[in-house]
Design a protein around this ligand. Structure first.
Ligand SMILES: Nc1ncnc2c1ncn2[C@@H]1O[C@H](COP(=O)(O)OP(=O)(O)OP(=O)(O)O)[C@@H](O)[C@H]1O
Ligand SMILES: [Mg+2]
Length: 279
C-alpha cells in the first residue's frame, strides 16, 4: 500500500469532508530506540518534538533508520525504548511511500476512494471527497484514467490525493518523490506545501535531497549513520514564503549549506561509522 491509515476515525462514515481542515497534532518523540531481533541497533535515543501544523524534514544517510523512525511514529513498529506521545489518542495518519502503489485495476478516482472505502465512508460522500482531492492535486480531468495511463508524477499526485482525502492530522512521507525527475519533483513539492499548509497538517518528510528538505520544511533534522540519532536541527526561516524564486536565493543556499555541514561531519567508512570531531 502506498499509504496506510494507522487508525481511521471515519469508521462510522461521518468523517469530516475533505474541504474542512483538521488541526494537526503535536508529536513528541521521546528517547526512542529500536533494536531489531537480529540484535542490530537501528535507532538510539531519538528525541524530537514536532509542533501542530509543523513540517519537519528528516535527512540522513541510507540505513540510518529514517524509515524505522516513521514506522514507529505510525505505530507500525514498537520502539524498544522510549515513547511517541500525541497528547491524546493516536491521530488519523496518512503514510506516503516512494512508490505510488496504486491498484492497476482501479481508475484514479477509485484509487483515491480506497481508504475511504476501508473506513466505511458511504459511496456518495466517498465520491465527493475523492473528486475534491483530485481537484486539489490538479487531476480533475483524469479521474477515469487508469494508473497505466498516467505518468509517474501523476501517479504520485493520485497517491497524495488518496492520502489527503482521508483528512489526516499527521502525514508521514518516506521519500515520496525520489524516483521523479527534478521538474516534476519541484512541482509536487509546490503542491504538497500548499496542501499541507492550507490544511494545517503536521508532517514528517524523509528525503535524501537537502534542497527538497529546505524547500518544504519548517525545520530539518539530520540523522547520524546507524545507530541513527538526531545530530542536528536546522531552522528554516522562510515561513510561508516557498515560491520558486526561493530555491535560487542566497538565503536558501545558506540554510542548505548548514544542513550539508552537519551531514558532512558524519560519514561511513568501510562499514563502520566514524564521527568526525564536530559534535
Ligand atoms: N526488520 C528488520 N530487521 C533487522 N534489521 C532491520 C529491519 N528493518 C530495518 N533494519 C535495519 O535497520 C537499519 C535502518 O533501516 P531503515 O530502513 O530505517 O533505514 P533508512 O534510513 O530508511 O534507509 P534508506 O535511506 O536506504 O531508506 C538498516 O541497517 C536496516 O538494515
Ligand atoms: Mg528508508
Amino acid at each position: 500500500m502506498g499509504q496506510a491509515n494507522a487508525q481511521g476515525s471515519g469508521g462510522d462514515g461521518r468523517a469530516a469532508p475533505v474541504d474542512m481542515p483538521q488541526a494537526g497534532v503535536t508529536v513528541a518523540i521521546e528517547g526512542v530506540s529500536r533494536r531489531f531481533r537480529t540484535g542490530f541497533l537501528a535507532l538510539t535515543e531519538v528525541d524530537l518534538t514536532i509542533g501542530a501544523g509543523e513540517l519537519v524534514a528528516v535527512v540522513g544517510p541510507s540505513g540510518c533508520g529514517k524509515s524505522t523512525l516513521l514506522k514507529i511514529i505510525a505505530g507500525l513498529l514498537t520502539p524498544t525504548d522510549g515513547v511517541v506521545d500525541f497528547g491524546g489518542d493516536r491521530p488519523e495518519t496518512g503514510y506516503v511511500f516512494q512508490d505510488a502503489h496504486l491498484l492497476p485495476w482501479r481508475n484514479a478516482i477509485r484509487n483515491v476512494e480506497l481508504f475511504l472505502e476501508v473506513d466505511g465512508v458511504r459511496k456518495q460522500e466517498r465520491r465527493e471527497r475523492a473528486r475534491q482531492a483530485l481537484q486539489l492535486v490538479g487531476l480533475a480531468d483524469f479521474e477515469g484514467s487508469y494508473p497505466a495511463e498516467l505518468s509517474g508524477g501523476m501517479k504520485m499526485r493520485v497517491s497524495l490525493a488518496r492520502t489527503f482525502a482521508t483528512d489526516p492530522q499527521l502525514m508521514l512521507f518516506d521519500e515520496p518523490f525520489a524516483a521523479l525527475d527534478e521538474i516534476t519533483r519541484n512541482r509536487l513539492n509546490n503542491d504538497l506545501i500548499r496542501l499541507q499548509r492550507d490544511r494545517g497538517v503536521t508532517g514528517v518528510f524523509v528525503t535524501h535531497s537537502i534542497g527538497e528538505a529546505v524547500f518544504l520544511a519548517d525545520r530539518v533534522a539530520v540523522m547520524s549513520p546507524a545507530p541513527g540519532r538526531i545530530v542536528g536541527i536546522v531552522d528554516v526561516p522562510f515561513g510561508g514564503d516557498r515560491s520558486a524564486a526561493l530555491r535560487t536565493s542566497a538565503e536558501f543556499a545558506a540554510v542548505a549549506r548548514d544542513v550539508s555541514e552537519i551531514m558532512a561531519a558524519y560519514e561511513v567508512a568501510e562499514g563502520q561509522e566514524i564521527m568526525a570531531a564536530k559534535e
